[in-house]
Design a protein around this ligand. Structure first.
Ligand code: ATP
Ligand code: MG
Length: 394
């Protein structure tokens, strides 16, 4: 039987919540593997075991690699509790590990949870270690700093596994509250949403457009980005809202240099209202300390003061190159750089206040009928439920 052994370290620390976290993680694994109908997923002794015969390891690993809350996993072979079978399984796994990496040294680590098996751990390690040592000419034993660790776990049956692969980390999706992500078509906000989701936060998204000034494709691009994130989170709700009237009104009634910051405050205020309607208790943006008007510290403070919900900005201190690295890793980068304009770029004024002052901004904003503008914008809402299977064309 092929078995993938899943480890979820950080969860183990959260003693009182542990059962709940494990349940959510198992449920997420099941959802992620729904297209594989003959896998058995169960929990035992602080691990999750995924057992299957019909599929290749790689097919299952591709899915498991997208589940938050997994520290590491290992391909394993399940056998009866016998030294002969342990030797054979260890040999096969080492052989396979050597095709991937040129290991020079190894050691065998044994965990004997089942004391009914009478051979004790050090003796198992000695026997299996000796067998591997004899089977592979170029492999030496190093008990202090081995390249490769072969593990033998003795339970009701035994599991043997060799190299452990790092998982995605984080916490199971759904254990961290719910938040409204302001999702643009840019590079940063999809990464910000993915990072919060990685900490277990359920992410719902809102996107603003200025159709017909922006094309239908710019919204589809955002839906596509949400879909890439849904590979990790499962179904994700995306609201799309037209803020053309708000932009026109700001342009008409406020000084040019405050356009960006007032526009950002409206985006934030609408997001807060929508968040509250949908049970979200915070907002997320891809903002970052930078030298553009709305992202200086003064600008960010002025945006904060437009709402009462906290705004989480996981990328606040990241360098662009580091953000791009994550975008590549999670596969959003290529979509983010598609050349469909965002609503801000269409309206961007030439002069911008980089050190705006709250009283000034509020004074100009007070001229506008905030509530009406926000409610009118909200009446244009279109909501999409995006899953990895949703057809999105553009
Ligand atoms: P991004 O790459 O995420 O667009 P950016 O560095 O280009 O970020 P801005 O375009 O100024 O910066 O946007 C800052 C943040 O404001 C974005 O990360 C996003 O959270 C939010 N935002 C910007 N434009 C929109 C939009 N059209 N719809 C929803 N949220 C938006
Ligand atoms: Mg942008």
């Amino acid at each position: 039987m092929k078995t993938l052994i899943i480890k979820y370290g950080e969860l183990a620390l959260k003693k009182s919540n542990r059962g709940y976290f494990e349940k959510v993680l198992i449920n997420n694994l099941k959802l992620n593997l729904t297209s594989f109908n003959e896998v058995d997923i169960r929990r035992e002794h602080g691990r999750i075991f995924i057992e299957f015969d019909k599929y290749e390891f790689e097919e299952i690993i591709e899915k498991v690699n997208k589940v938050y809350g997994i520290v590491g996993f290992a391909k394993s072979i399940k056998i009866e509790n016998s030294i002969d079978e342990m030797n054979e399984a260890a040999k096969n796994l080492v052989e396979e590990a050597l095709t991937r990496k040129n290991y020079k040294t190894f050691k065998v680590v044994v965990n004997r949870a089942n004391k009914a098996f009478k051979v004790k751990s050090p003796e198992i390690a000695r026997l299996v270690g000796g067998y591997i040592y004899n089977a592979f000419e170029d492999l030496d034993v190093d008990v202090h700093n081995p390249d490769l660790i072969v593990k033998v776990e003795v339970r009701k049956q035994s599991y043997v596994y060799a190299d452990e692969v790092k998982g995605l980390g984080g916490l199971p999706y759904g254990t961290g509250g719910k938040s409204m992500l302001l999702l643009s078509g840019g590079i940063d906000s999809p990464v910000a949403g993915w990072m919060m989701a990685k900490r277990g936060v359920v992410v719902e998204a809102v996107h603003y457009h200025t159709y017909p000034f922006t094309s239908k494709q710019s919204t589809e691009k955002v839906l596509k980005l949400a879909q890439i994130i849904s590979n990790y989170t499962g179904e994700i709700k995306v609201h799309s809202i037209n803020i053309l009237e708000i932009y026109k009104t700001i342009q008409e009634k406020c000084p040019k240099k405050h356009f960006t910051i007032i526009g950002r405050r409206f985006m934030t205020m609408i997001a807060e209202k929508l968040a509250k309607q949908n049970g979200c208790i915070s907002l997320i943006t891809g903002e970052n300390i930078a030298q553009v008007a709305s992202q200086t510290m003064e600008g960010l403070n002025i945006t904060n003061s437009s709402v009462s919900l906290p705004i989480f900005r996981p990328l606040i201190a990241f360098d662009k190159l580091d953000i791009i690295e994550i975008a590549n890793k999670i596969d959003t980068y290529e979509t983010s750089i598609l050349p469909f304009e965002d609503c801000c770029t269409v309206f961007l004024p030439s002069r911008v206040e980089v050190r705006p002052n709250l009283d000034d901004v509020v004074k100009y904003e007070d001229v506008l009928d905030r509530e009406k503008l926000i409610n009118d914008a909200l009446s244009t809402i279109k909501t999409y439920q995006i899953t990895p299977e949703t057809e999105i064309e553009f």
